[in-house]
Each structure stands twice: as C-alpha cells, then as structure tokens.
Design a protein around this ligand. Sequence first.
Ligand code: FAD
Length: 280
Amino acid sequence: MGNPTTPISFEFFPPQTPEGAAKLTAARQKLAAFSPEFFSVTFGAGGSTQDRTLDIIKQIHAEGHSAAPHLSCVGSTRDNIRGLLNTYKDMGIKRIVALRGDLPSGMASIGEFQYANELVSFIRAQTGEHFHIEVAAYPEFHPQAKSARDDMLNYKRKINAGANSAITQYFYNADAYFRFVDETRKLGVEAPIVPGIMPIVRYSQLARFSEMCGAEIPRWMRKTMEGYGDDVESVQNFGLEIVTKLCEKLIAGGVPALHFYTLNQAKASIDILQNLGYRA
Ligand code: FAD
C-alpha cells in the first residue's frame, strides 16, 4: 500500500548552538525521507533570529528541499522586510509564512507594521505573485482577539490582503478546527486551512506553550498527563495515541495537509506518521 495522500510539512526553529544545528541536520534528514511538501523555519519577532533563520533556510534549499521562511513583521521596518524578501526571491524561495509575531520583552517599538495583514499586503506590493503566502489561523482564537468574530474577520482580512492559505495554531479538539473552517466558508473565504500538529513530548513544555499561545489542553488530557508525573514514557505513549487519533479524524475530515511543529526533533512526528501509515 502507498503512503497516505494527505501532504505533510515540518516546522523548525533556528538552533542557537553548533550542537543544536547538527541535531537539526540529522532530524531533517530523517524527516526528508517522508517527502514533505516543505520545511518551514520560524523567525524571531524584531529580527532576533533573522540571520539564523536565513542560514537554515539556505541549508534546506541547498539540500534540494522546498524551504519556507517565516517572516514576522512587528518591530521591523519596511526596508528590512524588503531586503529579506529580495534575498529570498533571489535565492529562489517560493513560499513565505507571514506573521505579526510578538515583541520580545524589553523591545518597546512596534515598528512600521502593526498586524499581519499589513505584511501580506506589503509582500504582494513588493513581489507580486512570486511567493505563496501562508498566514496563521486560530481555531481556538488568538489570545488578544477582542472576540471570536473579530478574530475570524482578521483571518478574512489576511486572506483578502493576498494570502493563499493558512496554517493553524495547534489544538487537540478537532471540532474547533472543523468549525473554524466552516465559519470561514460562510464568510466566503475558501483558502485551504492546514492544521498545525503539535506532537506531545514533554508535558511541562506543552503546558508552558499552551499558556502563552492560548491553545487549550483539554482537562482530561491535562489530568492524565499530570498523573504521569516524571514518567516521560507514559506521557509520550499517551501523546502519541491522542495525536494519532486527532490526525486520523482530520484526515477523515478531508484536511488539505498536516503541518508538524517538530521542535527540531524527528522521532515524535515520525511515530505519528508511521501510525498513520506513512512510510519513509
Ligand atoms: P495577526 O493576524 O496580526 O493578529 C494578531 C492579533 O491582533 C489577533 O488577536 C487579531 O485578532 C488582532 N488583530 C488583527 N488585526 C487587528 C486590527 N486591525 N484591529 C484590532 N485587532 C486586530 N511568531 C513568531 O514570532 N515567529 C514565527 O516564526 C511564528 N510562526 C508561527 C507560525 C504559525 C503557523 C502560527 C499559528 C503562529 C506563529 N507565530 C510565530 C506566533 C504568532 O506570531 C503569534 O501568534 C502572534 O501573536 C500573532 O501573529 P499573527 O500573524 O496571527 O497576527
């Protein structure tokens, strides 16, 4: 039997140390065997990881894979973003994940862009149709949104500004995703919305991320994982089962693709993919 037909992609963050970079190269080689559509690399708001993002993007591109840099605009200037867009365009990069980002603490100036829709418009104005632009979507809504409706309208604004498709914040409740997709269709927005999948490796780390980004870990999942305490293996087995089932539901519901937040580790994503029938 062949691989499932739902396309996949993998996200990395730029490592801070040579050891981290070596580990990422090894992880990338393992993940590349699953023929992803692209690898994306995050970008620190205010340009805090700008050079490291570019370095990893260059490596992925040189290895012959499709590379998609994230670009966050808060704390940045038009000149700076224009420079990066030109660099990526000249390299032959064809896909960008366009975000607002969050200002690092201590950084006072918002810069010349306030929201992601402004960045999308700017990319289109500067580079026409060269890039496929992805934006972020929030099935459980962005923590700063005034209301669920406002957040939906913001999503629509980003697509109307010229984005082609979206990747979601992670979630463990498939109904939130399917409802979000239905609601966008009711607003007349047809762009594909790819679910972001967060494998579960360490409960404390997941709880910290979820606190920051507003993704809900359902109470029954939290209680179960808290009950495992330091028993990392049980957390990981539980996480694998839950996230596999989530992906099965999403695939059965016809999602356009799955985007994995790898946290620069191959194993947790590969275990899920193998459960789903993907083979290297
Ligand atoms: P926006 O779409 O601009 O929305 C931000 C908030 O402002 C929302 O609450 C929205 O409802 C509200 N809003 C928008 N427009 C208006 C308006 N006109 N008036 C009032 N309110 C408004 N962060 C990084 O720093 N680097 C990354 O590489 C990165 N990658 C990510 C990848 C994905 C797939 C996702 C889902 C998130 C990523 N993030 C990244 C996190 C993201 O930057 C944060 O969630 C950030 O807080 C919001 O970014 P956004 O692009 O969704 O912002």
